[in-house]
Design a protein around this ligand. Structure first.
Ligand SMILES: Cc1cc2nc3c(=O)[nH]c(=O)nc-3n(C[C@H](O)[C@H](O)[C@H](O)COP(=O)(O)OP(=O)(O)OC[C@H]3O[C@@H](n4cnc5c(N)ncnc54)[C@H](O)[C@@H]3O)c2cc1C
Length: 84
């Protein structure tokens, strides 16, 4: 699951940036460009762990050293006064 998320989000960002580059100046055109694709792809990077953290988790799982210690997201948000 973690590997799938990592590959999917990194590939989405790479593909969206490639599309933007491929289109040249049109790539950043608000109507025909790929800027929205880049934005959508970037939105997938943080949820369910950033790529850096997921690479670390994958290494820890492979080494048998993974222990989930992070509290649920809604608890973190509430503690930081972001939600609730
Ligand atoms: C649109 C959106 C929806 C979300 N939905 C959910 C949800 O439904 N449920 C949920 O649980 N969470 C959700 N999240 C939270 C998301 O999981 C966190 O944003 C993500 O895990 C990163 O945590 P953070 O924002 O606290 O950044 P931080 O952990 O502060 O990370 C900041 C930077 O430091 C790097 N970093 C942090 N620790 C390490 C490390 N040990 N080694 C190397 N680099 C590190 C990160 O890669 C990142 O570049 C959502 C986030 C977004 C943006």
């Amino acid at each position: 699951m973690i590997v799938g998320k990592l590959l999917a989000s990194e590939t989405a960002v790479d593909a969206a940036l490639a599309a933007t580059r491929l289109l040249g100046a049109r790539g950043v055109h608000p109507e025909i460009g790929a800027v929205q694709l880049v934005n959508d792809a970037l939105m997938t990077l943080s949820p369910s762990g950033t790529s850096e953290v997921n690479r670390k988790r994958i290494a820890e799982i492979a080494l048998g050293r993974y222990h989930a210690v992070v509290p649920p997201w809604d608890e973190q948000q509430e503690r930081e006064g972001i939600m609730g």
